[in-house]
Design a protein around this ligand. Structure first.
Ligand SMILES: C[S@@+](CC[C@H](N)C(=O)[O-])C[C@H]1O[C@@H](n2cnc3c(N)ncnc32)[C@H](O)[C@@H]1O
Length: 260
């Protein structure tokens, strides 16, 4: 059976990845609170990095904020354009995140949600990425990056089953299996393998995505910002809260960079 990518099935992807309905609205709300706290001016234009179908952008444009999304997946972008019909302030560009340029400039803020930032495992990619984002941001603008809490990097051993679940929301039931695959200790990274069996009424489609994950903690983001020379790390917030100390972070943290 030919294996495909989950990103070819945007509606299924959303059901597989969305932990709870309402999560995206909560994330958007926290982003707006971060902007209010750290930016002295109103946010009118934002860049959504690795936007997929830009669920965050779809909420923000309803508040009269113009959103530009970049993503490499034509299927995710097509889904976003379809969902955003009638929402003029949401535009998409098909781009790789590692190095990109777009005609638009002068964004007040950028964000990278869904814990995808660590796919950039090479130093050169990370620095080029930060410089690409900085080029389109206003001076003083913010770049908010949502990252999983990483611990216990397993660089040795064999591929192992991490989690297994069934998803019943969405257009078809899906059996999801997630594996962790080690790579060499010197990589400072591992591979997250997402396997889905999507049971459409007439056929079952298998998808498999191999996502590299660089071990990323606030100190690494701080170092990358300094090395790129275009940002400074001004805050790291745990679990969408201003109050939870970082050492009590349960699941994820948000790095906030300011454009120099
Ligand atoms: C987990 S999805 C998140 C999408 C969206 N931000 C959301 O919250 O629903 C990750 C997205 O990153 C995109 N992506 C992954 N690696 C990429 C790369 N190197 N360049 C551009 N897009 C990439 C995928 O196509 C996918 O749409």
């Amino acid at each position: 059976m030919k294996e495909r990518s989950i990103y070819e099935f945007p509606e299924v992807f959303r059901a597989v990845h969305m932990e709870e309905p309402g999560d995206i609205a909560e994330e958007v709300d926290f982003l707006q609170r971060v902007w209010a706290r750290h930016l002295k001016r109103p946010v009118r234009r934002v860049l959504d990095v690795a936007c997929g179908n830009s669920p965050h952008g779809q909420l923000l444009v309803r508040e009269k904020i113009a959103v530009t999304g970049i993503d490499r997946s034509p299927d995710m972008i097509a889904a976003g354009r379809k969902e955003a019909r009638g929402l003029e302030k949401l535009t998409f560009y098909k781009r790789n995140i590692e190095r990109f340029s777009i005609p638009a400039r002068g964004f007040d803020a950028a964000f990278f949600m869904s814990e995808t930032f660590p796919v950039m495992v090479e130093n050169a990619d990370l620095l080029d990425h930060l410089r690409s984002v900085a080029r389109v941001l206003r001076k003083g603008g913010l770049y908010c990056i949502d990252i999983d809490r990483h611990e216990n990097v397993e660089a040795h051993g064999r591929r192992k089953l991490w989690r297994e679940r069934k998803v019943r929301r969405g257009p078809a039931p899906v059996d999801v299996r997630e594996f962790l695959r080690p790579i060499g200790w010197q990589a400072g990274a591992w591979i997250y393998e997402l396997e889905c069996a999507i049971h459409f009424p007439q056929r079952t489609v298998m998808t498999r995505d191999l996502v590299p994950v660089r071990y990323t903690v606030p100190k690494l983001l701080d170092l990358a910002a300094r090395a790129a020379g275009v940002f400074t790390l001004i805050a790291a917030y745990a679990d969408l809260s201003f109050d939870t100390p970082l050492d009590q972070c349960d699941r994820r943290w948000l790095g906030v960079l300011r454009r120099l």
